[in-house]
Ligand binder design. Structure first.
Ligand code: NAP
Length: 284
């Protein structure tokens, strides 16, 4: 097991801070960079990192850098890093979409490996960072055909140290899968809430809503900026997922219109049988 690597982490928020905590506990030398000086000071005070500064050039001798900024800052950060990193350094990111990032990032820095840890929580920022966030969770890597295998294995080793389960796929397949299981549910939850809010029966429905409604609407009521960013950065894959969903809804609507209750039940039975393959009711 490799320990004692000099690891840079840019963006000390929920994901960057949590990565720093776990990789520090594995014996690596953690160099944090965040936009605000106050965040750097907090990261040092809470011993999340060994060193912290708002200055990217502090990472000039890092062996591997995780870019954990908001998605819009990933390519600009990499462009700046590319002027200062050691040519052998590996860079990876944690952005939730990959299609629009991985090819341009690889052009900027050939030793770039796209990544996405499937862990998270509702809170953001360094104060939400916790140990063990990645333990037992999927972590996706999206190398391109030209990505150096040695760079992929180096990132893989660190992911294994986090206790994550590795999945390797291409950026497009990643974005389609994430659109289906993460971004589509946000849009469905939001449209369900809007359908209820604009109904003439709204106030009675408000009073009657219970646990089933709470479960199906939960992600639709989440952070609006994050939801809009999902749609913006994963537009093509989200549109494909919405089209698949609309086709399913049309099938179900037709069976109900026709009063074909056998078909409705068969549809619901099939859905019931599919669910355990996607989620168990154990807490995630
Ligand atoms: P977050 O808690 O808001 O953390 C991002 C941090 O980056 C901010 O706290 C900010 O810190 C810092 N930052 C912003 N712009 C920067 C810049 N230009 N240079 C350096 N630091 C900058 O967000 P997050 O949830 O950790 O998400 C970060 C990334 O992880 C995103 O790309 C997201 O797609 C991905 N991701 C998120 C989740 C999730 O569930 N949240 C899951 C998987 C992947 P200061 O301004 O305080 O310095």
């Amino acid at each position: 097991v490799t320990t004692g690597m000099k690891i840079g982490i840019v963006g000390l928020g929920l994901i960057g801070g949590s990565l720093a905590l776990d990789l520090k506990a594995q014996g690596h030398d953690i160099w944090g960079v965040s936009r605000r000086e106050s965040t750097c000071q907090m990261a040092l005070a809470q011993a999340v990192v060994h060193h912290a500064s708002p200055d990217l050039s502090s990472l000039d001798s890092a062996e591997i850098v995780f870019i954990c900024t908001p998605i819009s800052a990933i390519l600009p950060t990499l462009t700046e890093l590319a002027t200062m990193l050691d040519p052998t350094a590996i860079v990876t990111d944690v952005g939730s979409v990959k299609g629009e990032l991985v090819a341009p990032a690889t052009d900027i820095w050939p030793r770039f490996v796209g990544g996405h840890p499937m862990s998270g929580k509702a809170e953001a920022g360094l104060s939400a960072a916790t140990r063990g966030l990645f333990q037992g969770r999927p972590y996706v890597l999206t190398p391109l055909p030209q990505t150096l295998p040695a760079a992929v294995s180096q990132v893989t080793e660190l992911i294994e140290q986090l206790g994550s389960t590795l999945h390797v796929t291409d950026p497009t397949a990643h974005d389609r899968a994430v659109a289906l299981i993460s971004h589509l549910p946000v849009m469905l939850g939001a449209s369900l809430l809007q359908a209820c809010a604009h109904s003439p029966q709204r106030s009675l429905a408000e009073n009657l809503a219970s646990s089933g409604f709470r479960d199906t609407s939960r992600v639709g009521g989440g952070n609006p900026e994050l939801g809009a960013l999902m749609a913006q950065y994963n537009q093509a894959a989200l549109l494909a997922a919405l089209a698949d969903y609309q086709a399913q809804l049309t099938q179900l609507t037709q069976a109900i219109e026709q009063g074909d209750w056998q078909r409705v039940q068969a549809y619901l039975t099939a859905a019931h049988q599919q669910r355990p393959a996607f989620v168990s009711d154990r807490p995630l």
